[in-house]
Design a protein around this ligand. Structure first.
Ligand SMILES: NC(=O)c1ccc[n+]([C@@H]2O[C@H](COP(=O)([O-])OP(=O)(O)OC[C@H]3O[C@@H](n4cnc5c(N)ncnc54)[C@H](OP(=O)(O)O)[C@@H]3O)[C@@H](O)[C@H]2O)c1
Length: 264
């Protein structure tokens, strides 16, 4: 495996958490805001009432829809960077999940929406933050791109085939992005959760069944914060950690040394 110099999240000064209005994003946003380094945390999501509750907990907030058009995303991100020039971490926790049964009618607009919110929007948002993070890097300042994928990126669930594929796409992208940015101070940290207590499955009515197996949110948050503070590049806990071990050595990008030599 390629060597990696761990960079702890304790180095972050200002962290944007997208998808902070519930579940993993909310819990991680609050935990990050309580780090000894006391970074500024900006909690983003669509639901204003939930954002208000986080404002009461002294977090900065931003009403933000990751599925907005490209121009709106760009304007929002540029004004955020102008307002918070120290912004040096973006954690992408927004996500949706639908069950799809290909034996029956397939709702293709749902399939598209899931791929958009879970994969295309994170790629767009990351690409819009990178010029700022590369500027910080030129001043030798670290920054963090932190996508949340899923254990289902490693081992798909047939109940949620398109969701699993969207997370596999985001994981693959994260591995390549890390390779492209390896000579910069931009750290790509992939969070790979197992099944965890949250509102993700409420829409499908599967919450009562899954609640028998999921990891409690507090336990999940504690273990994930340990990985983020250690500076792990892939933070996989519980079952996701067990599955990830099976991929050890296989999760490296395709070697590009020959191609890079050709380019010069
Ligand atoms: N829970 C699990 O078992 C599990 C396992 C593996 C991976 N994950 C991943 O972990 C992440 C967090 O999920 P969760 O389980 O905490 O689910 P959750 O409780 O349903 O939270 C999802 C978050 O995403 C936000 N969101 C959804 N669509 C959005 C949009 N268009 N624009 C902005 N924000 C949007 C929601 O905020 P608003 O509705 O306010 O916009 C909410 O804050 C997701 O990426 C999920 O795929 C979860």
């Amino acid at each position: 495996m390629a060597s990696h110099t761990p960079v702890s999240i304790d180095n972050a000064k200002c962290v944007l958490v997208i998808g902070a209005t519930s579940g993993l994003g909310r819990s991680l946003a609050l935990a990050i805001s309580e780090l000894p380094s006391r970074p500024t945390v900006i909690a983003a999501g669509r639901r204003q009432d939930r954002l208000k509750e986080l404002e009461d907990k002294k977090l900065a907030t931003l009403q933000f829809d990751v599925a907005a058009d490209e121009e709106t995303l760009k304007k929002t991100i540029d004004s955020l960077v102008a307002k918070y020039p120290n912004l040096d971490a973006v954690l992408l926790a927004s996500g949706i999940q639908y069950q799809v049964d290909f034996n029956k009618h397939v709702n293709l607009s749902q399939v598209n929406k899931e791929m958009h919110v879970n994969y295309l929007a994170p790629v767009a948002i990351i690409s819009m933050f990178l010029p700022h993070f590369l500027k910080l890097s030129a001043e030798s300042r670290p920054s963090f791109v932190i996508p949340i994928t899923s254990g289902l990126a490693l081992m798909p669930s047939p109940y949620v085939p398109n969701y699993s594929a969207s997370k596999a796409a985001l994981r693959s992208f994260s591995i390549s992005l890390r390779a492209q940015l390896k000579s910069t101070h931009v750290n790509v940290v992939e969070i790979i959760p197992p099944l965890v207590e949250s509102e993700l499955h409420d829409e499908q009515g599967t919450t009562p069944m899954l609640a028998k197996f999921w990891m409690p949110l507090d336990e999940y948050t504690t273990k994930t914060m340990e990985g983020l503070r250690r500076g792990d590049e892939q933070v996989a806990v519980g079952m996701a950690g067990t599955v990830l071990k099976r991929f050890e050595g296989l999760d490296q990008p395709f070697p590009t040394a020959g191609i890079e030599r050709e380019r010069k």
